[in-house]
Design a protein around this ligand. Structure first.
Ligand SMILES: *Cc1c(COP(=O)(O)O)cnc(C)c1O
Length: 257
C-alpha cells in the first residue's frame, strides 16, 4: 500500500513546487509587514521515512511530526541518521505530560510549536535542563484562535502572560513566537481568515509588550490549503503536509490536528 502511494508522489518535485508557491506568496506581501521571510516545515506525519529522505535530498531540512511515538521512531531510525544528518524536527502535535520524556530524547529536536500552558512550560523547562543544560529549547506558544473547546492552545488573552512566564522563569526554553492551527475549511471568499487575524494580533501584543522587533517573533500559521493566504498576511512558518507527501487518510478520532 505504502509503496503504491509513494510511487504516485514525487516528493522532490512537491518540495520544489511548494517552495515556488511560498516565494510567490511572499512577493505579494505588503512591504510594510516587517515579519521574517517564511520558512517551510514539511509535515511528514504518517508518511514513511523514505519520503523524508527524498525531501531532505531536495534540500528540505525542517520537518514536522505530531505524534511523539512516531517522531521518536523516525528520528532514531538508521536511515534518517545515515541520510539526514542536519534534519531539524518540529513537534507540532498536542503534547501530554506523559510523553514529554520521550519527546525530549528525540535527536535534533529543533522546536516545540505547541506549548500552551504554564504547567507544560515548567515541565519542559525542568526536563530539557537535564537533557541539554547549555542550549535552550525553542518553543512557540500555541493559541486557540478559533476558541473551539476541543482545540488545544491557550486563550488569545493569556498569550502574553505565558510568554512572560517562559521568559522570566524558564531559562531552558527560548520563546520564539506564536502558532495556530485554526478552523479547517475556511471559506476565503468571506475575507481574511479570522484565525490568522487573531494570531497576528497576538504577535503584535507580544512584540509591543516585550519590546521585540516583529521580524524576531515567529508566526506559525498556514497549511496545505491556505499557506499562501497565511504568508501574504505575514506568516513566517508554514506547515505543509499533504501537498508535498500526498493524501493522508484522516484519523477517525479526530486526533489529526
Ligand atoms: C497535519 C498538520 C499540518 C499539515 O496539514 P496539511 O493539510 O497536510 O498540510 C500542519 N499543522 C499541523 C499542526 C498538523 O497537525
Amino acid at each position: 500500500m505504502i509503496n503504491r502511494i509513494m510511487a504516485n508522489v514525487d516528493v522532490k518535485l512537491g518540495i520544489k513546487h511548494i517552495l515556488e508557491r511560498v516565494e510567490q506568496a511572499y512577493s505579494k506581501r505588503s512591504p510594510d509587514i516587517r515579519n521574517a521571510k517564511p520558512s517551510l516545515v514539511a509535515v511528514s506525519k504518517t508518511k514513511p521515512i523514505e519520503m523524508i529522505v527524498d525531501a531532505y535530498s531536495a534540500g528540505q531540512r525542517h520537518f514536522g511530526e505530531n505524534y511523539v511515538k512516531e517522531l521518536w521512531e523516525k528520528s532514531t531510525s538508521e536511515l534518517i541518521n545515515a541520510q539526514c544528518p542536519d534534519i531539524c524536527w518540529h513537534f507540532i502535535g498536542h503534547l501530554q505530560s506523559s510523553s514529554v520524556n520521550k519527546l525530549l530524547k528525540v535527536p535534533r529536536l529543533d522546536m516545540v510549536e505547541t506549548l500552551d500552558s504554564i504547567k507544560l512550560a515548567n515541565e519542559l523547562n525542568k526536563k530539557w535542563g537535564n537533557v541539554s543544560p547549555n542550549k535552550p529549547l525553542k518553543v512557540l506558544v500555541q493559541v486557540n484562535t478559533s476558541q473551539e473547546e476541543a482545540k488545544s492552545g491557550i486563550e488569545p488573552s493569556a498569550v502574553t502572560d505565558l510568554y512572560r512566564h517562559i521568559t522570566e522563569n524558564c531559562k531552558h526554553l527560548l520563546p520564539k513566537g506564536v502558532m495556530t492551527i485554526g478552523k479547517f475549511g475556511y471559506d476565503y471568499s468571506l475575507g481574511p481568515n479570522p484565525d490568522f487575524v487573531c494570531l497576528l494580533d497576538c504577535h503584535k501584543n507580544v512584540c509591543d509588550t516585550f519590546n521585540l522587533s516583529p521580524e524576531d517573533v515567529h508566526i506559525s500559521m498556514g497549511m496545505s490549503d491556505d499557506f499562501e493566504q497565511a504568508i501574504e498576511m505575514g506568516s513566517t512558518i508554514v506547515r505543509v503536509g499533504s501537498s508535498i507527501f500526498g493524501y493522508r487518510p484522516k484519523k477517525i478520532d479526530g486526533a489529526d490536528a
